[in-house]
Ligand binder design. Structure first.
Ligand code: SF4
Length: 315
């Protein structure tokens, strides 16, 4: 069965109900972050290329819009670095022509120094770059970049892109306990974020199972303290909760293919699955449990939460 390049809508802590678009092949990425939720990058790359996905994305999206798609954002991201796709500008402008739903781009920011990448993102409504390090040493330690990528060029790219881009920039900083969380490092991060001039700064930590077992999440209190240090644009990303239940359809049948599609992108709790796919949590638990018993999904504990994970070999 050919896999869909669209997934969700899933609930996103930052983007509300978000229809995801997988713009590149699995783990085509410039980085190999120690906290990556979808596993290690076997071979980092900086080679931009046409992944031949634009037409399929447009066809699939047209079908979803015809079916009455409801989403707060259409988010280009997926299981790698989307700016590696040379068609990303065409994909963004094509989506804009098809719908008024705002277009967001998740990026690790490492290619934003390239004017061609900057040009390609100009039609997006919001760009969400990551920046976890405030110096080269920490960058190497936490993001394990391709050898052609340097910390300074990444920061310069972010500053230069921000100067040109007319939409919103929401920076994500992923904090790993004892790696990038010292007071001095947070102060340096604040000063870089000020230079970039982003609209929001989202602080995240490893609440889902990370690529490397040695990665420890920052506790809630330490995260709040980091927020205070980074300033008034910073906020802890809280888990999205659909309290009103208005995106749920309890009668909707949960399909294995939808669930596998969601778990391929990130580990999820039963509550995540329920909120993302619009089903009752009990239904999510039953199906995920059945897939786990069949060996198609793994169960991992992280903190007090139980996550369902789709192993890479099932992709
Ligand atoms: S977290 Fe994002 S940027 Fe980092 S390795 Fe995973 S896909 Fe690449």
């Amino acid at each position: 069965m050919k896999k869909s390049l669209l997934y969700g809508p899933v609930t996103s802590r930052r983007l509300g109900l978000s229809l995801g678009i997988d713009a590149v092949a699995y783990k085509a990425c410039t980085l190999d972050c120690i906290y990556c939720q979808i596993g290690r990058t076997k071979k980092t790359t900086v080679e931009r290329r046409d992944f031949g996905r634009a037409d399929t994305i447009f066809t699939e999206l047209a079908g979803r819009l015809e079916d009455g798609l409801r989403a707060d954002h259409i988010t280009i991201g997926g299981s790698g670095e989307p700016t590696l796709n040379t068609e990303i500008g065409k994909i963004i402008s094509g989506i804009r022509r098809m719908t008024d739903i705002p277009v967001a781009v998740l990026t690790n920011g490492t290619l934003l120094w390239d004017p061609a990448v900057q040009d390609a993102l100009m039609d997006a409504d919001v760009v969400l770059p990551s920046l976890d390090a405030a110096d080269e040493e920490t960058f190497q330690r936490i993001n394990r970049p391709h050898p052609d990528i340097s910390f300074q060029r990444t920061v310069d790219g972010l500053v230069s892109f921000s100067g040109r881009f007319g939409g919103s920039i929401w920076l994500e900083v992923f904090l790993v306990d004892s790696v990038n969380t010292s007071d001095r490092h947070l102060e340096k991060l604040k000063s870089i974020a000020d230079r970039i001039g982003c609209d929001k700064i989202h602080l995240n930590t490893a609440v889902r199972p990370p690529a490397e077992g040695f990665v420890s999440p920052l506790g809630q209190e330490a995260l709040e303290e980091a927020t205070r240090r980074i300033g008034n644009k910073a906020e802890v990303i809280a888990e999205f909760r659909d309290e009103k239940g208005n995106t749920r359809q309890s009668e909707k049948k949960l399909l294995e293919s939808d669930l596998i599609g969601m778990l391929r992108r990130r580990p999820c709790t039963a509550a995540d699955i329920a909120a993302g796919l619009g089903v009752e949590e009990s239904a999510a638990q039953v199906l995920a449990g059945r897939l786990a018993a069949d060996g198609r999904v793994e169960i991992r504990e992280s903190g007090s939460e139980t996550y369902y994970v789709c192993p890479v070999q099932s992709l």
